[in-house]
Design a protein around this ligand. Structure first.
Ligand code: WQD
Length: 341
């Protein structure tokens, strides 16, 4: 049976590009849009090389409602996956309006046009950041959200609530929010991966740039947390597994299998890994030594967060499968590809 068409906003981004590949491999038709504000056309080329064919791509800014309307007029699709957003926590603290403007206006445009054009399914990229410093670990979808500690985190919480309210109010509106933990790794082809601009904020890109000699030394932010080795604990989820979770969620929506009009799923591995352990695993998996030093804690970091993935495992029929060592090898292969090493 022919599968639906999916609109992917922000499809040239890190998670968007891997999800585009996974959707097309699963038999979906995909329309990708991106304004390249934090991504590069090379990601689209990488996706096309992996798939061995051209994809439907339009350079459109989702904040430009009339341009976005054109996409709805030109293409039939039942489902949107809305990735297009800024994601740097620190930058959102110094430039909150940039975050509220971009992340909320683009989202509102997508939702309003979905309603106007009677396109029923919205899949939203949320984040484990909504849990803040949870009292009980691992976190389930029922774990209360903590007040957001950054404008970035606030846009995720607000977007979840807006989707919930739309699903409650409009009969033909269905929503899924996927709460991602820490996405890492790259496509095994090394043709697409994460493309941080400037100094990376996230751990794995900083590790790979340090291994490549672009950064002198990795700083480990704190080894005095109340955790087994004193460094923070996170749930590092391979971006390929994460991409497959989107396919499972789209299957669920387009096959009308949802139990409620709005559903939330944690997308992680369910396994906590410490920052120091990740460094050691990276070194062993890739046969190299990383220069690193322990420095003070980074403000805003929670000591530990990892997912209870029972709901996604049972209801979406999805499970993280990639081995962390393979993931860390893929991250290094991607960095080497970028640097021609
Ligand atoms: C992981 C751990 C750092 C860099 C953030 C966002 C979240 C989501 C993913 C998405 C922490 C430590 C890091 C370094 C280090 N956002 N670290 N040295 O903070 O868990 O989550 O990214 O778009 O919403 O909050 O991820 O990779 O920044 O940090 O020691 O140079 O690595 O302190 O413990 P985080 P991260």
């Amino acid at each position: 049976m022919k599968k639906d068409t999916v609109l992917v906003s922000g499809g040239a981004g890190y998670i968007g590009s891997h999800t585009t590949v996974a959707l097309i491999e699963a038999g979906y038709d995909v329309v990708v849009i991106d304004n390249f504000s934090n991504s590069e056309p090379s990601a689209i080329e990488g996706v096309e090389k992996i798939l061995g064919r051209k994809i439907t791509f339009e350079q459109v800014d989702t904040c430009d409602k009339e341009a976005l309307r054109g996409v709805f007029e030109r293409h039939e699709f039942s489902t949107v996956i809305h990735f297009a957003a800024f994601k740097a926590v620190g930058e959102s603290m110094t430039e909150p309006l940039k975050y509220y403007q971009n992340n909320l206006v683009s989202y509102m445009n997508v939702l309003e046009l979905m309603k106007e054009f009677k396109r029923p399914n919205v899949l939203f990229s949320s984040s484990a950041t909504v849990y803040g410093e949870a009292e009980v670990l691992p976190v389930t979808e029922q774990t209360p959200r903590q007040p957001a500690t950054s404008p970035y985190g606030n846009t995720k919480q607000m977007a979840e609530d807006i989707l919930r309210d739309c699903c409650a109010a409009y009969p033909d509106f269905y929503g899924i929010a996927l709460r991602y933990f820490n996405p890492v790794g790259a496509h095994p082809s090394a043709l697409i991966g994460e493309l941080p601009r400037g100094v990376p904020n996230n751990l794995v890109p900083f590790i790979t740039q340090t291994a490549a000699g672009v950064r002198e030394c990795l700083s480990v932010f704190g080894n005095d947390y109340d955790t087994p080795d004193g460094s923070c604990l996170r749930d590092f989820i391979d971006v390929l597994d994460l991409a497959k979770a989107h396919v499972a969620a789209v299957d669920r929506m387009t096959q009308h299998k949802m139990d409620a009009k709005y559903e939330i799923f944690n997308i992680g591995t369910g396994r906590p890994v410490s920052v120091l352990e990740l460094i050691t695993r990276f070194e062993k998996a890739n046969g190299l030594k990383l220069p690193y030093k322990i420095v003070g804690r980074r403000s805003g970091d929670v000591p530990a967060v990892w997912a209870d993935t029972t709901l996604a495992n049972k209801v979406l029929g999805w499970k993280a499968e990639r081995d962390l060592d393979d993931t860390l090898r893929s991250a290094w292969a991607w960095e080497k590809h970028l640097r021609n090493l």
